[in-house]
Design a protein around this ligand. Sequence first.
Ligand code: CMC
Length: 430
Amino acid sequence: MSNTAKLTLEGKDYELPTLVGTEKEKAIDIRALRKNSGYITFDPAYVNTGACQSAITFIDGEKGILRYRGIPIEELAEHSTFTEVAYLLIYGHLPNKKELGTLKEGLTRHSMIHEDMKNFYNGYPSTAHPMAILSAMVGSLSAYYPNVTNPGITEEEMHDNYVRLISKVRTIAAASYKKSIGQPIVYPRNDLSYCANFLYMMFAVPSETYKIDEELVKTLTLLLIVHADHEQNCSTSTVRLVGSSKANLFASISAGICALWGHLHGGANQQVIEMLEKIQREKIPVKKIVEQAKDKNSGFRLMGFGHRVYKNFDPRANILRAACDRVFKKLGIQDPLLNIAKELEQAALEDNYFVERKLYPNVDFYSGILYRAMEIPTNMFTVMFAIGRLPGWIAHYRELNADPDFKIGRPRQIYTGEVQRSYVPIDKRR
Ligand code: CMC
């Protein structure tokens, strides 16, 4: 079988090379098409465009498969830690004892933010959305660790910046929460693990002893792992595009955080809970919500439903749905929103509109319910997504910079505006 594609344009034949990935995903290489034929390909929103070759994450949206560096998400969710997953994503293999020990030590050593950065918090109104603070603070790290802008920076120095970022993002997030509720910032503790330290900085108050709840640590670990990477999604593609101009690590990731904020992407987790709360508060029948989501004139979509890639089920949603039942039982708590979510899921899955369009619950549908159980405030949900996604963004930034075919990202367009016309002086304009 030929491994080139044939294209006929205006009576002329063009042969286009093809490529096949390790999981047999196929692509037509159109890089030379414009040069040879004058045509570009047209694919708004990149629905059918492979923007790079990547060895980090594999998704099969039809079969509901998600693997980080070849390892199924279900196995990582059951056996791994967030620190280990971060290493796996960035460096391509599970760390041995020494590698993991060094990473953990680095995360502890880099956990504090520069004292001057604390002044930033005083400039924000108490109502500031924590995603606004997070993106600005992460971008500002470039000012405190300027070696990141040095074109000759070594791999060891970059490693330090990766660790710095993973560690500090958690401190920045917890401090922004403390500021928003008017409490003093809590400093990290060197004896705590990554997730335990985050919960401590979020919820400890100086006058009281804070007891680490291992069940909450486990839940947070699971949440961060399932969010850790998702190949070329909107925020990761943003990190890659910004990084392709040779913008530094912190600047590129700050841009990714902004992309994540939108409610069609990571911002959906906040909106899911707000939707469920509204249903509860206003006692809206779930059938009515489903009807509203189907009505294109309503401007409303069922938040936490649908996915560009998953067309059968989102394995992350399955993991989190199961975790909800387990965690609620262990913590001995109940949340009426969990029942509403299940009822809503059932109603949507039985409706032809959702069946025909292959719309299923995505990762954001159940994550918020778990964050609520951990008493994380709703406006922090997307920040939690960002903390989880950080290793993925870093892995893609690193992979991009190591690519022998490195090029600045620069899509083309089909221009639909005015053709050339002359400037008209103001007194002659209609
Ligand atoms: N509720 C109602 N209708 C929907 C929904 C929804 N949540 N999602 C898609 N549709 C409809 C859409 O109106 C369209 O219908 P039609 O073919 O009649 O015009 C069809 O399904 C295909 O939708 P699309 O917008 O072309 O699909 P997409 O791949 O461009 O968008 C999506 C994917 C996730 C943005 C979309 O499903 C959506 O807006 N979902 C709600 C927001 C959400 O939960 N986002 C989180 C995504 S997962 C976390 C992450 O990785 O970011």
